[in-house]
Design a protein around this ligand. Structure first.
Ligand code: SAM
Length: 354
Protein backbone atom coordinates (compact mmCIF):
# COMPACT_ATOMS: atom_id res chain seq x y z
CA UNK A 1 0.00 0.00 0.00
CA UNK A 2 1.35 3.45 -0.92
CA UNK A 3 2.49 5.57 2.04
CA UNK A 4 0.17 8.55 2.73
CA UNK A 5 1.42 11.64 0.91
CA UNK A 6 2.91 14.15 3.35
CA UNK A 7 1.54 17.67 3.04
CA UNK A 8 4.39 20.01 2.14
CA UNK A 9 4.69 22.48 5.01
CA UNK A 10 3.94 26.05 4.03
CA UNK A 11 6.47 28.88 4.43
CA UNK A 12 5.81 32.44 3.38
CA UNK A 13 8.00 33.60 0.47
CA UNK A 14 10.60 36.31 1.24
CA UNK A 15 8.77 39.50 2.17
CA UNK A 16 9.81 42.94 3.39
CA UNK A 17 10.35 42.82 7.18
CA UNK A 18 7.54 44.14 9.43
CA UNK A 19 9.77 47.16 10.11
CA UNK A 20 9.99 47.78 6.35
CA UNK A 21 6.20 47.30 5.95
CA UNK A 22 5.65 49.90 8.67
CA UNK A 23 7.93 52.35 6.81
CA UNK A 24 6.60 51.45 3.36
CA UNK A 25 2.97 52.16 4.28
CA UNK A 26 3.78 54.86 6.82
CA UNK A 27 2.11 52.92 9.65
CA UNK A 28 2.98 55.08 12.62
CA UNK A 29 1.43 53.55 15.76
CA UNK A 30 -1.63 55.58 16.78
CA UNK A 31 -1.32 56.36 20.47
CA UNK A 32 -5.06 57.04 20.60
CA UNK A 33 -5.75 53.47 19.44
CA UNK A 34 -3.14 52.09 21.93
CA UNK A 35 -1.22 50.47 19.09
CA UNK A 36 1.97 48.68 20.15
CA UNK A 37 3.57 46.49 17.52
CA UNK A 38 5.57 43.30 17.88
CA UNK A 39 8.38 43.18 15.36
CA UNK A 40 10.39 40.28 16.78
CA UNK A 41 9.36 37.12 14.91
CA UNK A 42 10.84 34.90 17.66
CA UNK A 43 8.28 36.40 20.05
CA UNK A 44 5.35 36.20 17.62
CA UNK A 45 6.30 32.54 16.90
CA UNK A 46 6.35 31.91 20.66
CA UNK A 47 2.84 33.38 21.10
CA UNK A 48 1.55 31.24 18.24
CA UNK A 49 3.10 28.07 19.73
CA UNK A 50 0.93 28.59 22.84
CA UNK A 51 -2.18 28.05 20.70
CA UNK A 52 -1.14 24.44 19.96
CA UNK A 53 -0.92 22.71 16.58
CA UNK A 54 -2.14 25.05 13.83
CA UNK A 55 -1.41 22.73 10.87
CA UNK A 56 -4.39 23.01 8.49
CA UNK A 57 -6.32 24.87 11.23
CA UNK A 58 -8.86 27.69 10.94
CA UNK A 59 -7.69 30.78 12.82
CA UNK A 60 -9.20 34.16 13.57
CA UNK A 61 -6.58 36.78 14.34
CA UNK A 62 -7.91 39.89 16.05
CA UNK A 63 -6.09 43.16 15.39
CA UNK A 64 -3.35 41.98 12.98
CA UNK A 65 -1.97 45.53 12.48
CA UNK A 66 1.23 45.40 10.39
CA UNK A 67 1.05 41.58 10.42
CA UNK A 68 3.91 40.19 12.56
CA UNK A 69 1.74 37.69 14.44
CA UNK A 70 -0.14 37.04 11.18
CA UNK A 71 3.06 35.82 9.52
CA UNK A 72 3.81 33.49 12.43
CA UNK A 73 0.27 32.03 12.20
CA UNK A 74 0.73 31.36 8.48
CA UNK A 75 4.19 29.86 9.01
CA UNK A 76 2.67 27.55 11.65
CA UNK A 77 0.58 26.01 8.85
CA UNK A 78 -2.91 27.55 9.28
CA UNK A 79 -5.05 26.75 6.23
CA UNK A 80 -7.68 29.46 6.73
CA UNK A 81 -6.81 32.71 8.47
CA UNK A 82 -9.49 35.33 9.00
CA UNK A 83 -8.08 38.64 10.22
CA UNK A 84 -10.29 41.34 11.74
CA UNK A 85 -8.69 44.80 11.77
CA UNK A 86 -10.35 48.09 12.61
CA UNK A 87 -7.73 50.50 11.27
CA UNK A 88 -7.96 50.95 7.51
CA UNK A 89 -4.26 51.98 7.23
CA UNK A 90 -3.26 48.31 7.67
CA UNK A 91 -5.28 47.03 4.70
CA UNK A 92 -2.55 47.36 1.97
CA UNK A 93 0.04 45.53 4.12
CA UNK A 94 -2.46 42.78 4.91
CA UNK A 95 -3.32 42.44 1.19
CA UNK A 96 0.38 42.00 0.45
CA UNK A 97 0.43 39.17 2.99
CA UNK A 98 -2.69 37.53 1.57
CA UNK A 99 -1.10 37.55 -1.91
CA UNK A 100 1.97 35.84 -0.47
CA UNK A 101 -0.26 33.09 0.97
CA UNK A 102 -2.82 32.54 -1.82
CA UNK A 103 -6.24 31.33 -0.70
CA UNK A 104 -5.31 31.36 2.98
CA UNK A 105 -6.04 34.86 4.24
CA UNK A 106 -9.46 36.55 4.48
CA UNK A 107 -9.39 40.20 5.53
CA UNK A 108 -12.27 41.81 7.41
CA UNK A 109 -12.12 45.55 7.93
CA UNK A 110 -14.20 45.93 11.08
CA UNK A 111 -14.48 46.06 14.84
CA UNK A 112 -14.03 42.72 16.64
CA UNK A 113 -16.49 43.85 19.31
CA UNK A 114 -19.30 43.75 16.68
CA UNK A 115 -18.00 41.10 14.32
CA UNK A 116 -20.34 38.06 13.96
CA UNK A 117 -17.78 35.28 14.25
CA UNK A 118 -20.56 32.68 14.24
CA UNK A 119 -20.83 33.38 10.50
CA UNK A 120 -17.09 33.53 9.76
CA UNK A 121 -16.26 29.83 9.43
CA UNK A 122 -17.78 26.77 7.70
CA UNK A 123 -20.31 24.75 9.68
CA UNK A 124 -18.30 21.61 8.78
CA UNK A 125 -15.84 22.43 11.58
CA UNK A 126 -18.52 22.38 14.33
CA UNK A 127 -17.85 19.94 17.19
CA UNK A 128 -20.25 18.89 19.92
CA UNK A 129 -19.56 20.87 23.09
CA UNK A 130 -18.45 17.80 25.07
CA UNK A 131 -16.28 16.59 22.16
CA UNK A 132 -12.66 17.71 21.56
CA UNK A 133 -12.35 21.44 20.70
CA UNK A 134 -12.92 22.38 17.04
CA UNK A 135 -9.95 23.08 14.78
CA UNK A 136 -10.54 26.80 15.22
CA UNK A 137 -8.31 29.12 17.22
CA UNK A 138 -8.59 32.78 18.14
CA UNK A 139 -5.28 34.56 18.52
CA UNK A 140 -4.65 38.23 19.14
CA UNK A 141 -2.47 40.99 20.46
CA UNK A 142 -5.11 43.64 21.05
CA UNK A 143 -5.02 46.99 22.83
CA UNK A 144 -5.67 46.51 26.57
CA UNK A 145 -8.75 48.72 26.32
CA UNK A 146 -10.29 46.16 23.95
CA UNK A 147 -8.99 42.84 25.28
CA UNK A 148 -10.68 43.11 28.71
CA UNK A 149 -14.25 43.96 27.50
CA UNK A 150 -13.75 41.41 24.73
CA UNK A 151 -12.84 38.55 27.07
CA UNK A 152 -15.88 39.37 29.26
CA UNK A 153 -18.09 39.28 26.17
CA UNK A 154 -16.50 36.00 25.03
CA UNK A 155 -16.91 34.46 28.51
CA UNK A 156 -20.63 35.19 28.26
CA UNK A 157 -20.59 33.68 24.74
CA UNK A 158 -18.91 30.55 26.19
CA UNK A 159 -21.64 30.28 28.80
CA UNK A 160 -24.35 30.58 26.10
CA UNK A 161 -22.39 28.69 23.42
CA UNK A 162 -22.82 31.59 21.01
CA UNK A 163 -20.47 33.74 18.85
CA UNK A 164 -17.09 31.98 18.33
CA UNK A 165 -18.37 29.13 20.54
CA UNK A 166 -21.10 28.15 18.09
CA UNK A 167 -18.36 25.90 16.69
CA UNK A 168 -17.70 24.20 20.05
CA UNK A 169 -15.02 24.87 22.64
CA UNK A 170 -12.93 27.27 20.51
CA UNK A 171 -9.55 27.98 22.13
CA UNK A 172 -8.21 31.49 22.66
CA UNK A 173 -4.65 32.79 22.92
CA UNK A 174 -4.64 36.46 23.82
CA UNK A 175 -2.41 39.14 25.29
CA UNK A 176 -3.36 41.30 28.29
CA UNK A 177 -1.77 43.89 30.46
CA UNK A 178 0.31 41.74 32.88
CA UNK A 179 -1.83 42.75 35.85
CA UNK A 180 -5.01 41.61 34.07
CA UNK A 181 -3.32 38.35 33.00
CA UNK A 182 -2.48 37.75 36.67
CA UNK A 183 -6.07 38.39 37.71
CA UNK A 184 -7.39 36.01 35.06
CA UNK A 185 -5.23 33.18 36.35
CA UNK A 186 -5.12 33.97 40.10
CA UNK A 187 -5.95 31.13 42.48
CA UNK A 188 -7.85 31.45 45.80
CA UNK A 189 -6.00 33.41 48.50
CA UNK A 190 -3.72 35.15 46.00
CA UNK A 191 -3.59 38.94 46.09
CA UNK A 192 -4.78 39.20 42.47
CA UNK A 193 -7.87 37.06 43.05
CA UNK A 194 -10.81 39.07 41.68
CA UNK A 195 -14.10 38.98 39.82
CA UNK A 196 -12.24 38.25 36.56
CA UNK A 197 -10.50 35.19 38.11
CA UNK A 198 -13.83 33.56 39.01
CA UNK A 199 -15.63 34.47 35.79
CA UNK A 200 -12.79 33.09 33.62
CA UNK A 201 -12.00 30.01 35.68
CA UNK A 202 -15.54 28.71 36.21
CA UNK A 203 -15.90 28.52 32.43
CA UNK A 204 -12.39 27.74 31.17
CA UNK A 205 -9.06 26.17 31.88
CA UNK A 206 -6.98 29.35 32.00
CA UNK A 207 -3.22 29.11 31.55
CA UNK A 208 -0.72 31.91 32.00
CA UNK A 209 1.83 31.23 29.23
CA UNK A 210 4.61 33.81 29.55
CA UNK A 211 5.31 37.50 30.03
CA UNK A 212 6.53 39.82 27.29
CA UNK A 213 8.50 42.80 28.59
CA UNK A 214 7.08 46.15 27.50
CA UNK A 215 10.36 46.96 25.77
CA UNK A 216 9.64 44.26 23.13
CA UNK A 217 6.88 46.46 21.67
CA UNK A 218 7.12 49.51 19.47
CA UNK A 219 6.29 51.96 20.88
CA UNK A 220 6.99 50.62 24.38
CA UNK A 221 3.83 50.49 26.54
CA UNK A 222 3.96 51.53 30.21
CA UNK A 223 3.41 47.95 31.35
CA UNK A 224 4.51 44.37 30.63
CA UNK A 225 2.22 42.02 28.76
CA UNK A 226 0.97 38.54 29.67
CA UNK A 227 -0.02 35.85 27.16
CA UNK A 228 -3.02 33.81 28.34
CA UNK A 229 -4.50 30.65 26.85
CA UNK A 230 -8.17 29.66 27.43
CA UNK A 231 -9.84 26.32 26.74
CA UNK A 232 -13.58 26.35 27.52
CA UNK A 233 -14.52 23.55 29.94
CA UNK A 234 -16.75 20.76 28.65
CA UNK A 235 -18.75 21.23 31.86
CA UNK A 236 -18.63 24.68 33.52
CA UNK A 237 -17.86 24.61 37.22
CA UNK A 238 -21.01 26.66 37.93
CA UNK A 239 -24.16 25.64 36.11
CA UNK A 240 -26.24 28.81 36.45
CA UNK A 241 -26.96 31.55 33.87
CA UNK A 242 -23.96 33.86 33.30
CA UNK A 243 -25.88 36.90 34.58
CA UNK A 244 -26.69 35.15 37.89
CA UNK A 245 -23.06 34.12 38.46
CA UNK A 246 -21.84 37.56 37.42
CA UNK A 247 -24.20 39.24 39.90
CA UNK A 248 -23.16 37.04 42.82
CA UNK A 249 -19.44 37.41 42.02
CA UNK A 250 -19.69 41.18 41.49
CA UNK A 251 -21.50 41.67 44.80
CA UNK A 252 -19.10 39.49 46.76
CA UNK A 253 -16.02 41.28 45.41
CA UNK A 254 -17.30 44.81 45.86
CA UNK A 255 -16.05 44.81 49.45
CA UNK A 256 -12.91 42.81 48.75
CA UNK A 257 -11.21 43.47 52.09
CA UNK A 258 -14.31 42.75 54.22
CA UNK A 259 -15.97 39.48 55.19
CA UNK A 260 -17.82 37.97 52.22
CA UNK A 261 -21.08 38.38 54.17
CA UNK A 262 -21.03 42.13 53.51
CA UNK A 263 -21.16 41.81 49.71
CA UNK A 264 -23.67 38.93 49.87
CA UNK A 265 -26.08 41.02 51.97
CA UNK A 266 -26.17 43.61 49.20
CA UNK A 267 -27.86 41.09 46.90
CA UNK A 268 -31.05 41.63 48.88
CA UNK A 269 -33.37 44.59 49.62
CA UNK A 270 -32.77 46.22 53.02
CA UNK A 271 -35.86 44.71 54.70
CA UNK A 272 -34.82 41.08 53.97
CA UNK A 273 -31.07 41.63 53.82
CA UNK A 274 -29.86 39.95 57.00
CA UNK A 275 -32.31 37.07 56.89
CA UNK A 276 -31.83 36.11 53.23
CA UNK A 277 -28.04 36.55 53.30
CA UNK A 278 -27.93 34.16 56.23
CA UNK A 279 -30.14 31.62 54.44
CA UNK A 280 -27.94 31.91 51.34
CA UNK A 281 -24.66 31.38 53.21
CA UNK A 282 -26.10 28.54 55.30
CA UNK A 283 -27.46 26.73 52.22
CA UNK A 284 -24.15 27.32 50.43
CA UNK A 285 -22.21 26.11 53.47
CA UNK A 286 -19.96 29.19 53.30
CA UNK A 287 -18.41 30.77 56.40
CA UNK A 288 -19.66 34.42 56.44
CA UNK A 289 -16.32 35.63 57.83
CA UNK A 290 -14.23 34.38 54.90
CA UNK A 291 -12.74 37.14 52.71
CA UNK A 292 -13.83 37.27 49.03
CA UNK A 293 -10.37 36.35 47.71
CA UNK A 294 -10.31 33.21 49.89
CA UNK A 295 -13.45 31.73 48.32
CA UNK A 296 -12.94 28.79 45.96
CA UNK A 297 -14.86 28.26 42.73
CA UNK A 298 -16.86 25.36 44.30
CA UNK A 299 -17.89 27.84 47.02
CA UNK A 300 -19.00 30.33 44.35
CA UNK A 301 -20.94 27.43 42.84
CA UNK A 302 -22.86 26.71 46.06
CA UNK A 303 -23.41 30.46 46.56
CA UNK A 304 -24.75 30.89 43.00
CA UNK A 305 -26.98 27.81 43.38
CA UNK A 306 -28.36 29.09 46.70
CA UNK A 307 -28.97 32.58 45.24
CA UNK A 308 -30.70 31.09 42.17
CA UNK A 309 -33.00 29.05 44.48
CA UNK A 310 -33.93 32.19 46.45
CA UNK A 311 -34.65 33.98 43.15
CA UNK A 312 -36.93 31.12 42.07
CA UNK A 313 -39.01 31.66 45.24
CA UNK A 314 -39.02 35.44 44.75
CA UNK A 315 -38.21 36.43 41.11
CA UNK A 316 -38.11 40.16 42.03
CA UNK A 317 -34.77 39.49 43.77
CA UNK A 318 -33.11 38.88 40.43
CA UNK A 319 -33.62 42.47 39.29
CA UNK A 320 -32.84 44.01 42.69
CA UNK A 321 -29.73 46.21 42.50
CA UNK A 322 -28.67 47.98 45.67
CA UNK A 323 -26.77 50.56 43.63
CA UNK A 324 -30.07 51.60 42.08
CA UNK A 325 -31.33 52.06 45.66
CA UNK A 326 -28.27 54.21 46.40
CA UNK A 327 -28.97 56.27 43.29
CA UNK A 328 -32.54 56.89 44.48
CA UNK A 329 -31.23 57.82 47.91
CA UNK A 330 -28.85 60.31 46.35
CA UNK A 331 -31.68 61.72 44.28
CA UNK A 332 -33.82 61.99 47.43
CA UNK A 333 -31.07 63.98 49.19
CA UNK A 334 -30.79 66.29 46.20
CA UNK A 335 -34.53 66.86 46.37
CA UNK A 336 -34.22 67.69 50.08
CA UNK A 337 -36.05 64.61 51.42
CA UNK A 338 -35.02 63.39 54.88
CA UNK A 339 -33.02 60.10 54.98
CA UNK A 340 -35.18 57.00 55.00
CA UNK A 341 -37.89 58.38 52.74
CA UNK A 342 -36.66 57.59 49.26
CA UNK A 343 -34.94 54.23 48.82
CA UNK A 344 -32.57 55.01 51.67
CA UNK A 345 -30.15 52.19 52.46
CA UNK A 346 -28.69 51.61 55.90
CA UNK A 347 -25.94 49.29 57.00
CA UNK A 348 -27.93 46.47 58.66
CA UNK A 349 -25.35 46.10 61.44
CA UNK A 350 -24.74 49.74 62.38
CA UNK A 351 -28.08 51.17 61.12
CA UNK A 352 -26.07 54.08 59.69
CA UNK A 353 -26.93 55.25 56.15
CA UNK A 354 -24.59 53.68 53.59
N1 SAM B 1 -1.11 42.35 16.16
C1 SAM B 1 -0.21 43.45 15.87
C2 SAM B 1 1.13 43.21 16.54
O1 SAM B 1 1.19 42.33 17.40
O2 SAM B 1 2.10 43.90 16.19
C3 SAM B 1 -0.81 44.78 16.30
C4 SAM B 1 -1.04 44.93 17.77
S1 SAM B 1 -1.75 46.46 18.29
C5 SAM B 1 -1.52 46.32 20.03
C6 SAM B 1 -3.49 46.19 18.23
C7 SAM B 1 -4.13 46.11 16.85
O3 SAM B 1 -5.53 45.89 17.04
C8 SAM B 1 -3.99 47.36 16.02
O4 SAM B 1 -3.70 47.00 14.70
C9 SAM B 1 -5.38 48.00 16.11
O5 SAM B 1 -5.70 48.81 14.99
C10 SAM B 1 -6.26 46.78 16.20
N2 SAM B 1 -7.55 47.02 16.87
C11 SAM B 1 -7.79 47.85 17.90
N3 SAM B 1 -9.09 47.79 18.26
C12 SAM B 1 -9.67 46.90 17.45
C13 SAM B 1 -11.00 46.40 17.32
N4 SAM B 1 -11.97 46.82 18.13
N5 SAM B 1 -11.27 45.49 16.36
C14 SAM B 1 -10.29 45.07 15.52
N6 SAM B 1 -9.01 45.51 15.59
C15 SAM B 1 -8.70 46.40 16.53
Amino acid sequence: MAAPRKLASFRLPPLPTIGEVIKLYNLRAEKQLSQNFLLDMKLTDKIVRQAGNLKEAHVCEVGPGPGGLTRSILNAGAADLLVVEKDTRFMPGLKLLSEAAPGKVRIVHGDILNYRMDRGFPSSIIKEWEDVPPDLHIIGNLPFSVSTPLIIKWLENISNRTGPFTYGRTRLTLTFQKEVAERLTASARSRQRSRLSIMAQYLCTVKSCFTIPGRAFIPKPEVDVGVVHFTPLARPQIEQPFKVVEKVVRNVFQFRRKHCRKGIEMLFPAAQRLELAEVMMREADVDPTVRPMELSIPQFRTLSDAYARLCTSDPALLTYDFREELRLKHLGRKMGKPPGTLGDTVDPHTQKPL
